[in-house]
Design a binder for this molecule. Structure first.
Ligand code: PLP
Length: 468
């Protein structure tokens, strides 16, 4: 096959997959052993284009169709078409976004987008970078805060300092625990602040813990406010946390991986993110509600330029970064923990230009309206019940089996059966002792009818299980 024939066939395959992603089940489930046999992974194929296409077709056939309305498990689904176009171009051009020299267009697009986001959030003298995801964004924010505790921590390490302690809510994302491990704090020194009955960090508890730690001669340096928790969708109360920040002088970071999307609509911003422009740093995933391809993350600092670079750079790197060049200042690599950096800016730029704040804001409002609708339906259906107050974009609920059943076991089984039969893949999590199903809506064209049929499929499966 020549290149032209290969591209024709490839693009036809892509087009066909995309056109049919909503049809049928989201997955024809196969056990790993059976799937391995179908894939024939040991097979040799030197120079055999036909065989490569065979594997690609199998890949498409047996993958989870994340663009299908049955796929509700994660904080993302499908992807925006402009973003998909960007990813194809990114693959065919294949460069590393670390220097202007090697990635001129991507570099300018990344700066342009980060500046647009600094403006959107309201950070005035800030800077930013795209990272590999909010897990990484959270860690880099903690790293920068750690290095600001004292002049020489970057060079001398933590040995000469009183133990550093950081704080998150009990419902925060696990990436903060990982950051505490990686940065040498120790996971025990990431203190979990109790949450209120809706899953929001309690500022009174935080203040008490801050004082306790100070009395123990430990140094509180970093608090992460979760802005849209992963399970319940709760927003930690920024105004109260900002007040504590001003009193105790820690670095206040906002993990908006999921809930940062509220910035896209002015009313939602006021409701969920009051004071966000005063944070020290903020991270947000555009690959979640806004729908860009994975991974698409931004990390913003509300500090003078150079803080990020100072936190991340180390070692002799003159083979790569030529500081005598006029355009060296534009190089994104020196402010990053990576050496090679995948180009994530093109897809993001295309999405932003095509949909804009208004288009994406509308989408986010639509998601919220559907969540309100789902909640009201669940409350009116006797077989279902809400398991948590709905703060924002997360609908936590469960099937209510008769009292002679263990509700947790029952719902877990129910969820697994829905998956195996390819009906729907819905999230589960624990809230305290209660196992909850978690509906997240991130399909732009999801409708009330889709909500109804999803809830009905949960009820039907639950009733079937009761009759078995
Ligand atoms: C999804 C999520 C993360 C992790 O983001 P990645 O981009 O997957 O690393 C962090 N925090 C919260 C609150 C999240 O919902």
């Amino acid at each position: 096959m020549n290149d032209q024939a290969i591209f024709q066939r490839l693009l036809a395959l892509v087009e066909q997959y995309y056109a049919r992603r909503k049809e049928g089940k989201f997955l024809e489930y196969m056990e790993p052993q059976a799937l391995a046999e179908v894939l024939d992974l040991e097979r040799q194929a030197p120079g055999d284009w036909q065989q490569l296409f065979d594997w690609m077709e199998k890949y498409l056939t047996h993958s989870v169709k994340t663009g299908n309305s049955g796929f509700l498990n994660r904080m993302w689904s499908g992807a925006n078409l402009p973003s998909i176009m960007g990813e194809i171009i990114t693959a065919v051009t294949n460069t590393s976004a670390c220097t202007y020299e090697a990635a001129p267009v991507s570099t300018l697009m990344e700066h342009y987008m980060l500046n647009s986001m600094l403006e959107l959030v309201g950070f005035e003298q800030g800077e930013g970078q795209m990272t590999t995801g909010s897990s990484n964004g959270n860690m880099i924010a903690m790293l920068a805060a750690r290095n600001q505790v004292a002049e020489n921590i970057k060079e001398k390490g933590l040995v000469n300092h009183p133990p550093l302690v950081a704080f998150v809510s009990a419902d925060a994302h696990y990436s903060l625990d990982k950051a505490a491990n990686i940065l040498g704090l120790g996971t025990d020194n990431l203190i979990k602040v109790p949450v209120d009955e809706r899953g929001r960090m309690r500022p009174d508890s935080l203040e008490q813990l801050l004082q306790e730690q100070q009395e123990l001669e430990r140094q509180p340096f970093f608090v992460c406010a979760t802005l849209g928790t992963t399970v319940r969708g709760a927003y930690d109360p920024l105004p109260a946390l900002l007040e504590l920040r001003n009193k105790y002088g820690f670095w206040l970071h906002g993990d908006g991986a999921w809930g940062g999307a509220a910035l896209l609509d002015d009313e939602l911003r006021q409701r969920y993110l009051p004071g966000v422009e005063q944070l020290d740093s903020f991270t947000w995933d555009f690959h979640k509600m806004p729908g860009s391809n994975l991974m698409c993350n931004l990390l913003l600092f509300n500090h003078h330029k150079g803080t990020l670079r100072c936190a991340c750079s180390a070692g002799e790197h003159s083979y790569l970064f030529r500081e005598e060049h006029e355009d060296a200042e534009l190089d994104t690599g020196t402010a990053s923990l990576q050496c090679g950096r995948r180009v994530d800016s093109l897809k993001w730029f295309l999405d932003w230009k095509y949909f804009g704040k208004e288009g994406l804001g509308k989408r986010v409002r639509h998601y919220l309206e559907l969540c309100e609708y789902a909640e009201s339906r669940i409350q009116s259906l006797p077989r279902l019940e809400m398991t948590a107050f709905r703060e924002s974009f997360n609908v936590c609920f469960r099937f209510l089996p008769p009292p002679n059943h263990n509700a947790n076991d029952f719902n877990l089984k129910l969820r697994h059966r829905l998956f195996e039969e390819g009906v729907t893949l819905v999230g589960v999590a624990f809230i305290g002792e209660i196992l909850t199903l978690r509906l997240l809506i991130t399909h732009p064209d999801f409708s009330q009818k889709d909500v109804d049929s999803f809830l009905q499929s949960v009820i039907d499966m639950g009733e079937r299980l009761l009759n078995e």
